[in-house]
Design a protein around this ligand. Sequence first.
Ligand code: NAD
Length: 515
Amino acid sequence: MSITETSPAAAAEASIPHIGHWIDGAVVASTSGRTAPVYNPATGAVAAEVALADDAEIATAIASAVRGFEVWSQYSIAKRQSVLFAFRELLNARRGELAAIITSEHGKVLSDAAGEIARGLEVVELATGFPHLIKGAYSENASTGIDVYSLKQPLGVVGVISPFNFPAMVPMWFFAIAIAAGNAVVLKPSEKDPSAALWMAKLWQEAGLPDGVFTVLQGDKQAVDGLLTSPDVQSISFVGSTPIAQYIYETASKHGKRVQALGGAKNHMLVLPDADLDLAADMAVNAGYGAAGERCMAISVVLAVEPVADELIAKVQERIAKLRIGNGAGDAQGEPDMGPLITGVHRDKVSSYVDIAEADGATIVVDGRNFSVDGLEDGFFFGPTLLDNVPTTSRAYTEEIFGPVLSVVRIESFQEGVDLINSGQFGNGTAIFTNDGGAARRFQNEIQVGMIGINVPIPVPVAYHSFGGWKQSLFGDAKAYGVHGFDFFTREKAITSRWLDPATRHYTENRGINL
Ligand code: NAD
């Protein structure tokens, strides 16, 4: 399935593919004259250009979604469910194609791209059971002769704005449930890896979704602002960095929309002296360097309660030495452990945080700066980096780095660890490694974080629970997927009803009929 069918003049001249929008069931070439480069991060080459929508394109996309909603919201539950099942089957059968697209634009290794799809698929599977989750409730005889019941109806056109790091999973968190509940979705993917969204749009069409119910609007801030301010868009689901999440929350709320805006993170792993240090080291390496650290649930800080820091750091260092970094698509040696970062600009930003940590007095145990892969010298690679004795006043500690940089902070007690975690601006995920159930129980009770792992480093909840952090990691009160997802994408009506008993008495009595 080609995802680059359109080719406006500029892209044609440069002989690179043009990635357009998906509107009314077709790929639509942009006429805005504005585009952004899409890289292959492993080679550093520009692989395509993506459309950046202008106001006319935004209006066309939203108008199509309004029409799509009118059609889709009238489909019976059974018909909607059959489309959901078809989408699930197609996605399951063809997930390899999608993984290859993700790796080519994001850079993550293929098995990780497949893992992202598997987690998204979980939400699609949950969504196939939507009839049970959008049922209303009925109270008979709430007052004499009066019944009270509720309906859950779709919102209308809903906007989804997604980040670069999960170009398939994060959109699936929202669109599967939104569509199941009868809404029409306009997805604004990240302009850094926009092709996965187009591929999924075509899949929806194959599954039988009517045109206009799933729209892909490519773009940047202009497209986002168009969604935030349009009176035809009823809600916004956003995932991305904290400053933008806050902007989205404030702007969309001001325009009367329902908003869920998930932001950044700085996830700590607290290692108590009684923990299994081999397990903790394995998990720190997987959770710190997997996807090159570009995960909102990545572990970026290890709080080592003394006296275990030296031993733990040695174990982590041993494991780092065995990591192979290369093209996420694989090479002659098979699949590497870690791919490149998303762009050269981002790689340089990650590098600058290591400079900051060093200047602030941290010890550089493993230095990933100036790292390159043979034959891929222009790729956006950054080596796994391990920092020790990171001062908690350093910006390298307080801010999100979003790269393969693991910082160790040595502490003296469980309580010092809890206090440090609770003093941070973020509250997305955290983990404790211990064999002491009482300590773990106290941790889950006292920690001010939305998702907690106990001897589990990346505690992303399964689809039938919900995903969301606390503090600067989530603006709004609705988490992603699970029951929260169905509540977010429906609105309830409560009906109080009285019928005369029997309703037709006057009619029948006048005609001499006895009921
Ligand atoms: P980002 O905030 O730069 O971009 C996210 C989306 O917002 C993109 O679609 C982008 O086009 C748009 N955007 C960017 N700047 C904008 C602006 N000024 N105005 C309006 N829209 C704008 O985030 P990113 O770099 O794509 O993704 C990485 C970030 O996402 C990290 O901070 C990571 O922690 C976070 N993230 C959080 C979660 C979570 O569940 N909490 C999940 C994944 C990623």
